[in-house]
Ligand binder design. Structure first.
Ligand SMILES: [Ca+2]
Ligand SMILES: [Ca+2]
Length: 285
């Protein structure tokens, strides 16, 4: 459980959905304050979405509301939260049945894929959506824009038989290389806003050849160093990325030479592929 301590407290919606669901069929309003990290509001939000399914099942979803919003001190109500409290008091303590209590406010988590956690509800089979139901796209870097400082080389153990790597002796250790001829550029599109895992099938021979720079759209370059395992083709996670629906661009910059890149996977399934991964939609000779 220590994996979910400290700054990671928000990553595991654990048991509060059960605690809140026990309040049903009585009315319940959940309030939150996302900037306070230890309140774990993203998991609180997912828990609220789960609780809402319970109230819906009983046909009383007006009895459950949540307002998880920042911009106020700890234990101090923000204006829309005060209004939410008043609405619940009006309806459920004073009997004013015309008040709207279907309050679902959590602007910080508009891109949070809560459905991943609750999609099984009603099936009696509590499992995550599998890789087969996920939105996954793969790309062969050698078939996209490969800067002239890179080489396209062949290997029977590489997907599509080819991989890319920087020219020997060319490195960019302390910051990402700045010119387009230093990059591999892969445009891609996602149909839904959400969190996506970007993974690369890489071969890193040793500690002097085990790193890349990664950037998505106009974001910051992120260094990935000490990639493991070493000495084999393997999938490595370049991290989860929150993406809006629509077109995006992945930039890969070299860092240490000898690091090889075979394939890229972008998926809302939160685990890297195995083997060669799914076939890429765009191939080249
Ligand atoms: Ca290194
Ligand atoms: Ca390849």
């Amino acid at each position: 459980m220590f994996d979910f301590a400290g700054v990671n407290v928000s990553k595991l919606p654990h048991d509060h959905h059960e605690l809140c669901a026990m309040v049903c069929p009585r009315a319940l309003l959940v309030l939150g304050n996302p900037p306070y990290v230890w309140l774990a509001e993203e998991s609180g939000y997912v828990s609220c979405r789960a609780v809402l399914e319970v109230y819906k099942t009983f046909g009383i979803d007006d009895r459950f509301g949540f307002n998880i919003i920042g911009g106020h001190n700890h234990c101090v109500l923000e204006t829309t939260q005060s209004n939410a409290v008043v609405a619940f008091v009006e309806k459920f303590l004073l009997g004013n049945t015309n008040v709207n209590t279907r309050i679902r406010v959590a602007p910080d988590f508009a891109a949070t894929d809560y459905n991943r956690w609750i999609q099984w509800w009603g099936t009696t089979n509590p499992i995550f959506p599998g890789a087969a139901e996920s939105y996954t796209q793969t790309f062969e870097p050698e078939c996209h824009q490969v800067g002239t400082n890179w080489l396209i080389l062949t290997d029977v153990n590489a997907s599509n038989g080819k991989y890319v790597t920087v020219r020997p002796g060319v490195q960019s250790i302390s910051s990402a290389p700045t010119n387009s001829w230093d990059w591999v550029v892969i445009p891609f599109t996602v149909t839904n806003a959400g969190n996506y895992l970007i993974a690369g099938r890489v071969f890193c021979p040793n500690a002097d050849g085990d790193s890349f720079w990664i950037r998505v759209d106009n974001g910051s370059w992120v260094m990935h160093n000490s990639i493991s395992p070493q000495g084999v083709w393997a999938w490595y996670s370049f991290g989860m990325h929150t993406l809006s629906a629509g077109a995006h661009t992945l930039y890969i910059g070299y860092r240490e030479d000898d690091a090889l890149l075979d394939k890229i996977s972008i998926s809302d399934y939160p685990f890297a592929p195995t083997g060669m991964g799914a076939p890429a939609a765009i191939l080249c000779p």
